[in-house]
Design a protein around this ligand. Sequence first.
Ligand code: X8Z
Ligand code: ZN
Length: 652
Amino acid sequence: MLGLTACGRDDAPAAGDTAATPEGETADQFIARVNEEYRAMFPEITSAQWLASTYINDDSQRIASKANERMLNQLNDWIAQAKRFEGQEMSPDTARAIQLLKLGTAMPAPQDPAKVAELAGLATKMEGMYGAGTYCTGEGDDKNCRQLGALEDVLRSNRDYDAQLDAWQGWHSIAMPMRQDYSRFVQLVNEGAQELGYADAGEMWRSGYDMSPAEIAAETDRLWGQVKPLYEQLHCYTRTRLDAQYGPDKGEVAGGMLPAHLMGNMWQQDWSNLWGILQPYKGAGALDITSALETQWQQNFAAEMAKHKGERNASDLAEIEHQADLVTARRMTERAEDFYVSLGMPELPDSYWEKTQFIKPRDRDVVCHASAWDMNMEGDVRTKMCIEPNEENFTTIYHELGHIYYDLAYNVQPPMFQAGAHDGFHEAIGDTIVLAMTPEYLNSIGLVGQQAQSNEALINAQMRMALAKVSFLPFGLMIDRWRWGVFDGTITPENYNQAWWDLKARYQGVAPVTPRGEEFFDPGAKYHVPGNTPYTRYFLSHVLQFQFYKALCDASGHQGPLYECSFYGNKEAGAKFQAMLGKGASQPWQQTLKELTGGEQMDASAVLEYFAPLQAWLQEQNEGQTCGWQATTAAAPAPAATPAPAETPAQG
Ligand code: X8Z
Ligand code: ZN
């Protein structure tokens, strides 16, 4: 993909009216021209998209949709022009650029201009519906409307069974009206992919990995096989603890699966918020980052209050709170920047601080889902978030800055190579830094207290990381198992929701506690479905980031167990990372991986090495339990990937 920046901004730009194809142009000249046209039009398209995401209304959506339409038409045009060079002599770089051009969007459009307009309109509309999604209860004076952030707050901190169920169901109701649009969207992108010579859009997505579509699908199976036993142990332990918290009739659902609304996260992809329930040793190594950030907010609020003495009506107070939100969010971001700078990377430009959306504006709808933007390929980089002072948001800032530092580093490349080595690399950069946020690092920045050196403290630290990283793995896989099935037709609109929950049961071992029939469209409640962002990248990232981490730890001269390593401040590690970032998509990812790690394969053994103490501990805890689960509904087929064996109980 022409992944110009990640997080959904991987589209090629528009060039307005198609320039005439110059007579006698060579393939190399053609690519040079595409690069130039691409760069010239890029700021206009990103501006339209930025406005639509940070100011959702009919007008911004119309403009963004039109810009996307021109972009998709232009891309089709370039691809058609590139056909002239098939079988001709050209430099390897040009051949690679042409290959990347064909994969230039996750949303391939048919040639028919009416269909391009329809597709662009649908995409903008669905993303807008997600961003503006609101769940209301009550009538008249009792009317209470909440958006995703407020509903997530419930799952994060309210352990009441029914309050969580209400928040979970409420958010999922916003996706119901997307169903029709999504099925039409699928038809259109499939048509586009087929016109480009792919079997369907899923096959096109799987073609962006410097290996065949079948090979990357098999790779994901292989990697999942490596980490599945670890996930099953975490699942088993979590179930026991949820049973203790809610009672065995409520702490799990039939077949031993975990109730979807009780996992502290709307999609059960990150269980960090269950720390209060899952913390192995109370008091050993206090790692309550969320509380520390809330305290910082209180301090910032007090400072703002002191500045505004005398202004105390409700609207003044709301403004002062807003200021405290902003100051806290900026300080959190400065912390993240500091880590990158400590590695020898540049400070973020002033324009970043001026133009970034740090917090949710009070006066309009925005797409809160975090993203990183390269607006012009020459330094106008921004992030867009709705930062709140909690651990998850804090680490997400580090994640987003990973995208930004990748963007800045590969700005030296020609536009066609300004993308990650593959999309999983883009997602793994910031998360590699997150792995280096050890308890010692967190202590050094004043977020947690002095760390005790004990086995209990180690297990606590490992659990904290596992709740974010290990819980994610099957989720990272199941989203595109669903979409690959939707694109190749094995999942049809009549069984969209059934297939979704079949896959969630099979991979994650989670289930809803109330029926979720086809009147619902639960996939639409996850940003990347209406946002059409491929998801396999995140699964791959959750393997790759441990490989990168290990390589940077080695580069920093770290001795001892992997999980103890933080390369904060280490310039050797930084230089090695930076060298990789600067390569962008200019060579096959296998080569880039080799330069960093010495190996050419994605491999989860670093994940297992990192979590070895926790895995042993979990096995002890789970002794005597029957681990694993029965996915009670028939599992949907795993399209294009090797069928996984039926669920078997893990060793307990
Ligand atoms: O979407 C994201 C980032 C932007 S690329 C915030 N992530 C995935 C998600 O939220 O579902 C990061 C982890 C997985
Ligand atoms: Zn990302």
